[in-house]
Ligand binder design. Structure first.
Ligand code: OGA
Ligand code: ZN
Ligand code: ZN
Length: 379
């Protein structure tokens, strides 16, 4: 794998047999030493503080030894070993860093016939089926589980199997059906435009589950829109609007007899490479824009533009949840809504719950490890 290496005090340069060269900075390598003095052999956790490393750490010598790189450090004479495969997996070159990012698939209405679907009994019985479902969910930002029990509370079983249910002021789960004196428009038969749930929470729930118990009332179809795809369209059509929505936060709020929840966040979040990593959109709970008066007009124009894109029919996936179906949605990407329904002509009862995203990411990595697949390095 390693053809040759050379080092200055500040950098280790590796030439690969497959071609190309990678540079590894000295302080970065020193901080990645996995020896028993640096990391606890049982759990791999770091045993020192950054301040324990010399600020002027330098590579005193680097040699190839049994396919590994052996480095001697100065000052101090500490010795570290790095496997060639580990260095290749942690290459800092732009192309390698891009390849380590999660690869996602944007979708529109046309995903109709190819939705990411899993069967609950198979997911429970077969780790391969569970991982396949989780991979499809991670790529699309949502997944549909079919054939789960229709007993009340099943949403908690699903949430706690895939991750960990987060309890809120609505409880561990919430019933979505038309009731007298609704505390939330979700508990009426009114149609709901696509939205993220609870952007007034800090942190906003990462995943929402909606599990269908009954669905005989006419209407009440589920709407899903890929918020990342919509935000990408906004960036293409109006870069200034996109930029404003990534920089200027807005207040969201929910008030009831026993809660007053408030959070401030941007409608679109991007990472350090400018890639979209979050979209939070909710017309019902958007509160007020606390921003300099001179940018208010442009912010509202940008907000309107994003809403117009989210409402375009070509982006909108529409399907009907049947009893035993549970849709698992990244709440900062797969925006959901429903059409109006008629509660006088049948019943409609869903149960919802919130789960954090990291639990499903962890579950996928653990399954990958158990199935003997190569572990994901990042993302
Ligand atoms: C909700 C919601 C959609 C539905 O409860 O958050 O958006 O299909 N419900 O009832
Ligand atoms: Zn060490
Ligand atoms: Zn909702």
């Amino acid at each position: 794998m390693i053809r040759s290496l050379s080092s200055s005090g500040a950098t280790l340069a590796i030439s690969w047999t497959a071609g190309g060269q990678s540079d590894f900075p000295a302080i970065w390598l020193r901080d990645n030493c996995r020896c028993a003095e640096c990391r606890h052999p049982g759990n791999g956790q770091r045993l020192y503080e950054i301040t324990d490393l010399p600020a002027d750490i330098a590579i005193a010598g680097a040699v190839l030894e049994d396919g590994r790189v052996r480095i001697t450090w100065s000052p101090g004479g500490h010795v570290s070993h790095f496997a060639a495969a580990w260095l290749a997996d942690h290459d800092l070159a732009p192309a390698a860093r891009r390849a380590r990012k999660r690869h996602i698939t944007h979708w529109t209405k046309s995903i109709d016939g190819a939705m990411p679907v899993g069967d609950w009994r198979q997911i429970l019985a077969d780790p391969r089926a569970e991982l396949t479902f989780l991979d499809a969910y991670h790529a699309h930002g949502f997944g549909l589980i079919r054939n789960s029990p229709t007993a009340p509370g099943t949403v908690l079983e699903i949430g706690n199997r895939l991750g960990f249910v987060r309890v809120t002021n609505y409880g561990a789960l919430f019933d979505v059906r038309s009731v007298a004196n609704p505390t939330n428009l979700a508990y009426t038969p009114i149609g709901l435009g696509v939205h993220s749930d609870n952007p007034y929470r800090d942190p906003t729930p990462g995943i929402q589950l909606l599990h269908c118990l009954e669905s005989t009332a006419p209407g009440g179809d589920t709407l899903l829109v890929d918020g990342f795809h919509a935000a990408e369209i906004l960036r293409r059509e109006d870069g200034g609007a996109f930029d404003l929505l990534t920089r200027i936060p807005v207040n969201f709020r929910f008030q009831s007899a026993d809660a007053d929840l408030m959070a401030r966040q941007t409608l679109i979040s991007v990472d350090e490479d400018g890639e979209i990593v979050g979209v939070h959109f909710n017309n019902r709970s958007l509160d007020w824009l606390d921003a300099p008066a001179e940018i208010v007009g442009s912010w509202f124009a940008a907000y309107r533009k994003l809403a117009e894109i989210l409402h375009r029919p070509e982006g909108e996936l529409i399907f009907r949840l049947e009893p035993g179906d549970c849709v698992v949605m990244q709440n900062d990407r797969a925006l959901h809504g429903r059409t109006a329904f008629d509660p006088t002509k049948g019943s409609r009862h869903l149960q919802g719950a919130y789960v954090d995203k990291d639990g499903l990411e962890s579950r996928a990595r653990v399954l990958r490890r158990q199935l003997g697949e190569k572990r994901e390095v990042a993302a």
